[in-house]
Design a protein around this ligand. Structure first.
Ligand SMILES: [Zn+2]
Length: 543
């Protein structure tokens, strides 16, 4: 059919077609410009990462041994004799003679976890329902805001014992137990108790609705879920839940982990004016009085992994800094200077990090932390790439004595402090490099090491521990200044946390359970000082 159009209509149609063509042309040009921009951004990013890769040798030399103060990793082993091993071991461990060093003994039997001390024994179902079997309930106090309790005890214990790598008996040291002969320090952590488990939890910046100090607590697995949600990633399948005090939308999500920084002293020092840069964060956000409660055991690698995967040790499989794997018949030490950079080799299959969950194309950075699977930039990836080239740690960076942000009194007096300062200076340099120009990563994770060593050295509240916090605060300030200068504060949300708390040991509180177990003829191996595996097979297996 021929359609005859009035001249004006025909003209309008031609005009409309021309306009559409012009619009299409504009759209095409716009698309081309965007494609070019994307390619340029990617090239810039590659350039930036290449620059850091260029620094790889320096970083590697510095960080090859990042894990902190020396630990005794040799298991204590006794061949003993067989029998009802658990009952016999419990008889020894729960004796009044050891109650100054044994706070609790925990184990799993079927669907229940058991908790016992010298004065009582209870069970906990997965849903937390408690049954007292004898005496009084050793973990009755679970209020997460109290310092003398065992917050979230049931869920934390069930998480640990879900993995067959868990021990037959987990012995929890008393808070004051001092064990220098086994690598213990004046400040310690690892326990199920609140003081050693309580890390800070502070949210600041874009999208954060909470203000001031809030009377509540979360868990370390919630850190992973919160980071994922804020970065636009799914947290489905995590044990943790996102904290609702911040909504997604910030272009840049930054997670700061100050290893071993105890929540209470961090907040007290901030209130006292000693940590001005934490105060800057707090002015635009909130902190939880109850902090983030670490998973059990409240040790470093377990909880770095919890924070970055959002699942507990029973799912990610890093059940302690050292443990015995019955399946492979081997001792596993993922937290040593030789193994830290490949700690993720022991992750259980199916465990994903927050980096791996990010939307496609999102750039991420994992600075000085071994839990780096999926991160675009990773310090430890550089270390892995260069393994076997023969270089070793701390050599290429300027000495801590030249670092204006390192407290010189402690750099001179404590080699761990000097070393931690160098590690953290390299961390600051990396973060500064990643944020200095162009578009910073969508997710930046920045691990600070010095705070752990400083707290081990003197215990929380000591001069050296507080110097460690102040130095970390000064490094934080350098980055915050940069963010402010670049006008990126409004686009950035920050989560400050740690991997565990810290408690002062009592140098007079000494003792050990090893001789008592050996004298009772119990075959066992004690991994990471507190994970007891029973039986002749494990006792006789090599280290
Ligand atoms: Zn730690």
């Amino acid at each position: 059919m021929n359609l005859v159009l009035p001249e004006q209509t025909a003209h309008l149609l031609v005009h409309e077609r021309q306009q559409r063509a012009a619009a299409d042309g504009r759209a095409q040009r716009l698309l081309a410009v965007r494609r070019w921009q994307r390619r340029k951004d990617a090239a810039d990013q590659r350039l930036r990462l290449a620059r850091w890769t260029g620094l790889g040798a320096a970083v590697r030399r510095t960080l090859a041994g990042v894990p902190q103060p020396t630990r005794t990793l040799t298991p204590h082993v006794s061949p003993g004799t067989s029998g009802d091993l658990r009952a016999r071991a419990l008889e020894v461990l729960l004796h009044r003679d050891l109650e100054h060093v044994v706070d609790l003994v925990c184990w799993r039997e079927g669907e229940f976890v058991h908790v016992a001390d010298s004065r009582g024994h209870s069970t906990r179902a997965r849903d937390g329902v408690a049954v007292v079997l004898t005496g009084r309930d050793p973990v009755a106090v679970q209020d997460p805001l109290r310092d003398d309790g065992y917050p979230f005890a049931a869920v934390r214990l069930h998480s640990l014992f879900a993995d067959p790598r868990a021990p037959d008996l987990a012995v929890v040291h008393t808070g004051t137990h001092h064990w220098p002969e086994r690598g213990g320090h004046l400040g310690e952590h690892g326990s199920l108790g609140a003081a050693q488990s309580r890390a800070p939890f502070l949210l600041s910046g874009a999208g954060v609705s909470g203000r001031g100090i809030l009377e509540r607590a979360v868990r370390t697995v919630d850190v992973g879920a919160t980071l994922a949600r804020l970065a636009g990633a799914s947290y489905a399948g995590m044990d943790g839940r996102p904290v609702e005090l911040a909504v997604p939308g910030a272009k840049h999500v930054v997670g700061l982990l100050w290893d071993g920084a105890p929540s209470a002293d961090l907040l007290a020092q901030t209130a006292a004016g000693a940590l001005p840069n934490v105060a800057r964060l707090l002015a635009k956000g909130c902190a939880l009085r109850g902090g983030a409660i670490a998973e059990f055991p409240s040790v470093t690698l377990v909880n770095h992994t919890c924070a970055l995967t959002g699942v507990g040790p029973g799912r990610h499989g890093i059940v302690n800094n050292a443990f015995y794997d019955r399946e492979s018949g081997e001792q596993v030490v993922p937290n040593s200077s030789d193994t830290w950079h490949r700690a993720m080799d022991w992750l259980r299959p199916g465990t994903t990090t927050v980096f791996q969950r990010l939307p496609a194309g999102a750039v991420s950075a994992c600075v000085n932390d071994p839990v780096d699977a999926g991160a675009t930039y990773s310090t430890f990836a550089l270390i892995r790439e260069m393994t076997g080239t023969g270089t070793s740690l701390v050599g290429s960076l300027p000495p801590a004595s030249a670092d204006p942000r390192a407290t010189q009194e402690h750099v001179e007096g404590n080699s761990d402090y000097a070393w931690g300062s160098q590690i953290d200076d390299s961390g600051l340099q990396q973060v500064f490099g990643l944020w200095r120009e162009g578009t910073p990563p969508a997710l930046t994770w920045w691990n600070t090491t010095l705070t752990d060593g400083a707290h081990h050295a003197g215990g929380p509240g000591s001069a050296i521990a507080r110097a460690g916090l102040r130095d970390a605060d000064a490094r934080l300030g350098v980055w915050l200044d940069l963010v402010e200068q670049r006008g990126l504060l409004e686009d950035t949300v920050v989560l400050l946390t740690a991997d565990h708390g810290m408690q002062a040991a009592d140098p007079a509180c000494i003792g050990d359970w090893d001789k008592a177990l050996t004298n009772a003829g119990i075959p066992y191996r004690d991994e990471a000082y507190g994970f007891l595996y029973l039986g002749e097979d494990v006792a006789l297996a090599g280290p």
